[in-house]
Design a binder for this molecule. Structure first.
Ligand SMILES: O=C(O)[C@H](O)[C@@H](O)[C@H](O)[C@H](O)COP(=O)(O)O
Length: 261
């Protein structure tokens, strides 16, 4: 039984990024207070990086104990280490290089030309093994119980690198897959699967701009996850859609919560 998604609509994408950053700071601080550490999965894309940049400039950012934060990625472009188009490169530029993280707790997905050469499927298996090694008995599964798993949403309703009707979105066993022929360049990627995404306590989906309105409406109107992967992205205890007005334009007005629209 999945919990109904919560929808919060913000005036514009900048306010969405600022509010999402504030929300994430609070979530991380609360998790660290409760368990001594926090675990967050980052996403690529403009909205994911916008959130990280907003977090970097937040006066409250150092309420987080950066040394007790585990960072994972929901997907990665399978490019050489340091390539400007890699999600980890962009995350470092937006935030990670500015805060005192424990490097051992930053789990970037493998790059092409690294330990797995040009084999994205082997890289995916390697990351799955890293996730499994980090899972604790209380996680009851092959991945850690992420406190928050962030996802951008593509105009075709893709999340991470799970694209409509592609093999990755159909995966029900593996936690990480290699992606070939991705419609969004670059074509070769590594991605968490829906079972791994759904292991998260909370899944937060970020979408801003009128080019996302159709995808948001489709994903929230009962579409199947194979045709609309975002529809299959939900957390164990919470699924939160963080939108701006433009991305929410296709939703029935009564779905909007009273605040922040
Ligand atoms: O590697 C990637 O490209 C991202 O992980 C991808 O899933 C992204 O989040 C969406 O395509 C939304 O991207 P925008 O926020 O830039 O629209």
């Amino acid at each position: 039984m999945t919990v109904a998604p919560q929808i919060v609509v913000h005036r514009d994408k900048d306010l969405m990024a600022q509010a999402a950053a504030a929300r994430l700071i609070t979530k991380i601080v609360d998790a660290q207070a409760a368990r001594g550490f926090a675990s967050v999965v980052l996403t690529g894309g403009r909205n994911g990086n916008g959130l990280l940049a907003a977090l970097a400039s937040s006066p409250a950012r150092d309420a987080i104990d950066w040394s007790k934060l585990d960072l994972w990625w929901g997907d990665e472009r399978f490019l050489p280490e340091g390539d400007a188009d890699r999600n980890v490169t962009q995350a470092r530029e937006a935030l990670l290089d500015a805060v005192p993280l424990d490097p051992a707790r930053v789990h970037a997905m493998p790059a092409s030309g690294g330990s797995y050469g040009a084999d994205a499927d082997a890289a995916a298996a390697g990351y799955a093994a890293e996730l499994a090694a980090a899972a604790r008995p209380e996680d009851h599964g092959p991945v850690p119980s992420f406190d928050v798993l962030l996802l951008g949403v593509g105009p075709d309703t893709h999340v991470a690198s799970l694209f409509p009707e592609h093999p990755g979105v159909r995966e029900t066993e593996r936690t990480v897959v290699g992606v070939h022929g991705a419609p969004k360049p670059p074509p070769i990627r590594v991605s968490l699967t829906l079972p791994a995404i759904r292991a998260a306590r909370e899944v937060w989906l970020l979408a801003a701009g009128e080019d996302k309105a159709k995808a948001v409406t489709i994903a929230l109107s009962g579409a199947g996850e194979i045709q609309a992967p975002a529809a299959g992205a939900y957390g164990r205890s919470r699924t939160l859609w963080l939108l701006d007005r433009a991305a929410a334009a296709g939703l029935p007005a009564q779905l909007y919560p009273p605040a922040s629209a």
